[in-house]
Design a protein around this ligand. Structure first.
Ligand code: UT7
Length: 331
């Protein structure tokens, strides 16, 4: 029997840091408001020369090397992003493959907003368990700052740039296997988080430009309430379905949108504070990149060890949501 197992994680953030006090000089906001409402203090911002694939490349090189592999050992690349290098083609995964020097393997993007990394994990798992692939590189990468309206205080204080990558490989050892992955969506609430311009609905035009349709728009408060409810239910379901005890979960690694959402979900399911992984203060909301970036943070802090059980969960535009239970099997 073939199973999928996470062999490594890596991450990269651009050098420039945008702090809350920097934002105080740009829009009508305060460090106190941002900290209390979201838990965010800093976010990293890509330079004008850095595209999403550049961030993805740095994270991928680390993940591939930590998995003990060479780029040529990777047989599929999946990039989850809502801020790809190009609007529709080529995919950021194809650009990344080229930057890694990899040819003649499938490479494609997944568009599931902040849930993208869990969608990518689910896809990699299915390909590996079916025997079609052996080593799949999955990447969450975002240069969201390029799609943020820095005159809109309701969004510009939240988002940041960065990338996280992981290698998912085939194993025969059931104890190393990804236990379960849930992914889901509800398009009825598509306008809660939306980048309205540039697609076939509102192609680039002077009207789309004057309405600032190329930027991320969010109904923050409505999204907040649905996120807490949906994530708590989803996480309770995956734990119950797989007969996992709360004390078996070493780390709860949620999408890092807002400290209050993470704490509310953790409290709703009865997790202790030491189980919660929090990086939202340093990186802000990096959408599809936030989970692998948070995983990488505890790996680099030498807290995440072989066979530690991780519970992932995420919620984002679409609306989409998902959760996963998996032991970390990196060295
Ligand atoms: O990653 C994908 C999923 N995303 C999420 O899950 C994000 C979910 N939403 C959130 O994290 C929170 O809703 C926010 C952090 C975005 C906002 O927090 P909130 O507690 O829901 O605030 P609010 O939107 O209800 O706004 C409260 C007040 C408003 O003023 P009034 O109407 O009460 O006078 C806003 O205009 O805060 C005002 N406000 C701000 N004030 C200072 C909104 N943005 C700012 C700001 N600085 N940056």
């Amino acid at each position: 029997m073939l199973y999928a197992s996470i062999r490594s994680v890596g991450a990269y953030v651009p050098k420039k840091i945008l702090s809350n006090s920097d934002l105080e000089k740009i829009v009508d906001t305060t460090d106190d408001w941002i900290t209390k409402r979201s838990g965010i203090k800093n976010r990293h911002i890509a330079s004008s020369e850095e595209a999403t694939s550049d961030l993805a490349k740095e994270a991928s090189i680390i993940a591939i090397q930590r998995a003990g592999l060479k780029p040529q050992d990777i047989d599929m690349i999946i990039v989850a992003s809502i801020s790809g290098d190009y609007l529709f083609m080529p995919s950021t995964a194809c650009v990344l493959a080229d930057k890694l020097g990899i040819k003649n393997i499938p490479a494609f993007d997944i568009l599931a907003a902040c849930t993208g990394f869990i969608y990518a994990l689910s896809t990699a798992k299915a390909y590996i368990e079916s025997g079609m692939m052996k080593n799949v590189l999955i990447v969450g990468a975002e240069a969201l700052s390029k799609f943020v309206d820095y005159s809109d205080r309701t969004t510009c204080v939240l988002f940041g740039d960065g990338a996280g990558a992981a290698v998912i490989s085939a194993t025969n050892d059931k104890e190393e296997a990804v236990v379960d992955v849930h992914i889901s969506a509800d398009g009825a609430l598509q306008d809660f988080l939306i980048t309205p311009g540039g697609g076939s609905k509102h192609p680039f035009s002077s009207f789309a430009n004057s309405e600032k349709m190329q930027f991320i728009k969010m109904k923050g408060n409505e999204t907040f309430k649905i996120a807490v409810r949906t994530l708590s239910n989803d996480v309770e379901e995956i734990i119950a379905k797989n007969n996992i005890k709360l004390h078996d979960i070493k780390f709860f690694i949620p999408h890092q949108a807002n400290y209050r959402i993470i704490k509310a979900v953790g409290d709703a399911i009865g997790l202790k504070d030491e189980q919660l992984v929090l990086t939202v203060d340093r990186f802000g909301n990096t959408s599809a990149a936030s989970i692998p970036m948070a995983m990488n943070a505890i790996y680099e802090e030498k807290k995440l060890k072989y066979k530690d059980m991780m519970l992932l969960d995420a919620f984002g535009g679409g609306l989409t949501w998902g959760s996963a239970l998996l032991p970390f099997c990196g060295k």
